[in-house]
Design a binder for this molecule. Structure first.
Ligand code: FES
Ligand code: FES
Length: 182
């Protein structure tokens, strides 16, 4: 066992973990953060995506590709802490703009890919606050949606970008039509 100290969703934890324990399993099984899901365990689907601080700031990572011991001394944000990311005390229970946009733009069907898709989309906007359709599709290409709702996911990222910039969001679609894969 190895002792790690990690901050997850604003709370500091100190735990003993097996050196081989994956971060996603630590989050789900030791911390009960089951909002982060496992879709493949082979780094293909992106369902397990969280944000983690590293040497170059905070970025998205597929938590099935990271060992829990690699999170020692780092800060992790999961979908469960996203609304409060950046110390969002003023948000008082409100959703993060990306969560709100996914809700309003009908950007989920079964919802299994949604936690990872949202975390990756947040990372995308932190790097590029006003991406094009093509840049969104490229940025999310590591996250798979089996329900193939990509069209509305792209629309939601645009809406979140607009909300973050203080611009008018696009109206929500009246009909949900599954779009082509990016
Ligand atoms: S569960 Fe991590 S990429 Fe699929
Ligand atoms: S909404 Fe079902 S997998 Fe994406």
């Amino acid at each position: 066992m190895t002792r790690i100290s990690v901050t997850v969703d604003g709370v500091q934890y100190q735990d003993d973990v097996e050196p081989r324990t994956l971060l996603v399993h630590y989050l789900r099984e030791q911390l009960g953060k089951v909002g982060t899901v496992v879709g493949c365990d082979t780094s293909n689907c992106g369902a397990c995506t969280v944000m983690m601080t590293g040497t170059s700031g905070r970025h998205s990572v597929k938590s099935c590709t990271v060992l829990a011991v690699q999170a020692d001394g780092r800060e992790v944000v999961t979908i469960e802490g996203l609304a409060d990311m950046n110390g969002g005390a003023d948000r008082a229970g409100r959703l993060h703009p990306m969560q709100q946009a996914f809700h309003e733009q009908h950007a989920l069907q079964c919802g299994f890919c949604t936690p990872g898709m949202i975390m990756e989309a947040v990372d995308l906007l932190e790097a590029n606050p006003d991406p094009t359709d093509e840049q969104i599709r490229e940025g999310l290409e590591g996250n798979l949606c089996r329900c193939t709702g990509y069209q509305n996911i792209v629309r939601a990222v645009h809406a979140a970008a607009a909300a973050t910039r203080g611009a008018e969001p696009e109206p929500a679609p009246e009909d949900v039509v599954p779009g082509p894969q990016p």
